[in-house]
Design a protein around this ligand. Structure first.
Ligand code: NAD
Length: 380
């Protein structure tokens, strides 16, 4: 895909311009991205801003078009933007490539590293109206679910040294190294604090301090940092195996679930499942870098992947991508009212009974485009 600029003829010059990169990726990525961009466009009409989105290839489509999952040209588009709206990457077509060249590792991990996106904020939100979409019994979540997972994103075992070797006896051996430094733990602790202050002021820090040295350090640093910087926040510590059970037993016991990279990867996916559908869950990944507006540069994406099982059918739920756009407005552009309006439009659309197949459960379902139309109606 040749980078192109997305703008609308009715938009006028004096409107505030929001400059962001759009990386739709593979599978359902481009389908839901189209809907999300229309919602941003409409929000711009209502609130008076102009989305200035530059598209570029990432993931499998970039391998096909440029021979590499994260081309320099795409990196340059991101460098020049104030935020990145990301779809999802990967799919069966590229699964036979060596693991290091596959879309997720070669693009998503690469872009997180390139922009030091160390903080992943993933809301776990299930509206009461679609509580049946959760595998949990309705009586356990009568009011739905409302928690947030804060995951450290650029440290730990995914980024430590890796090696493979063949031992003298011919056996193969593989090594992944988990590494954390105090400064890495402190900066993500601050994100957990900021998030908790805007919510219920409770943080549960998850580790495996009974086994792992990294977790011993994590627990020590987190306890000291919270004691010094946020004594008003109720801080608990929990082992990751227990946290996985508690999340399935009673998710609303948590307010902010806070953990390192690999544990966060697993727990946030568990959170995704109990929240019904990955099609409803957005996420934000923020780094230390400030954008041209003095706000955090961030990457905003649905929690799910490319959904190859439904890609191309026009039935993917666009809400996660739409809500990712709302997170982008809030965190990277400081447009809280605008973000709230999009989130309210999505919520009232679902409350009114519009459902894509993943959240329909016996009700009639609509396709991605019609779901987007329903959100647009409420946003207008
Ligand atoms: P997936 O998230 O793509 O799909 C899991 C299930 O959730 C599927 O049944 C899918 O249909 C459903 N689903 C996901 N998003 C949906 C939506 N918006 N609407 C309706 N249903 C939705 O996970 P997977 O099947 O394990 O992975 C598929 C591909 O995606 C793989 O190549 C994987 O590497 C990639 N992946 C990419 C990302 C990313 O780009 N951030 C994340 C996870 C997986």
């Amino acid at each position: 895909m040749v980078p192109q600029t997305f703008s609308s003829s009715y938009l006028t010059g004096f409107m505030e311009t929001l400059k962001f990169a759009v990386l739709p990726g593979d599978g359902i990525g481009p389908e839901v991205m189209t809907v999300a961009l229309r919602v941003l466009e409409q929000a711009g009409q209502r609130f008076g801003f102009r989305p200035d989105a530059t598209h570029a290839d990432i993931g499998g489509i970039a391998i096909d078009n440029h021979g590499i999952a994260y081309p320099d040209s795409t990196h340059q588009v991101c460098e020049e933007a104030d935020a990145i709206l990301f779809g999802s990457v990967g799919g069966p077509k590229w699964e036979t490539l060596p693991p290091k060249d596959q879309p997720e590792r070669a693009s998503l991990l690469a872009i997180r590293k390139a922009f030091s996106l160390y903080a992943n904020i993933r809301p776990g939100l299930l509206y009461a109206e679609i509580a049946d979409a959760s595998p949990l019994k309705r009586e356990r979540i009568p009011d739905g679910i409302d928690i947030v997972c804060i995951r450290e994103l650029t440290g730990g075992i995914y980024f430590g040294d890796k090696s493979t070797s063949t031992l003298d006896n011919g056996e193969e051996q593989a090594i992944d190294t988990m590494v954390y430094k105090t400064s890495e733990i402190e900066r993500i602790a601050q994100v957990a604090i900021d998030t908790a202050l805007g919510r219920g002021k409770r943080v549960c820090s998850v580790d495996k301090a009974n086994v792992l040295e990294c977790s011993v350090l994590w627990r020590k640093v987190v306890a000291a940092y919270f004691a010094e910087h946020a004594p008003q926040i109720e801080l608990d510590h929990m082992y990751v195996d227990n946290a996985a059970m508690q999340l399935a037993r009673d998710p609303n016991q948590f307010d902010v679930l806070f953990t390192e990279n690999m544990f966060g990867d697993i727990l946030s996916d568990e959170m995704g499942v109990i929240c019904g559908s990955l099609g409803m869950l957005a996420s934000a990944s923020l780094g230390a870098r400030q954008n041209g507006r003095g706000k955090p540069f961030g990457l905003y994406e649905p929690s799910g992947g490319t959904a190859p099982d439904i890609a191309g059918q026009g039935i993917a739920n666009p809400c996660a991508q739409i809500l990712s756009g709302a997170l982008m407005l809030r965190h990277s552009f400081g447009l809280n009212e605008e973000a709230d309006a999009i989130e309210t439009a999505v919520r009232s659309t679902v409350e009114a009974g519009a459902r894509t197949a993943d959240i329909a459960f016996g009700l009639d379902s609509v396709g991605s485009e019609a779901m987007g139309e329903a959100v647009l109606e409420r946003l207008a």
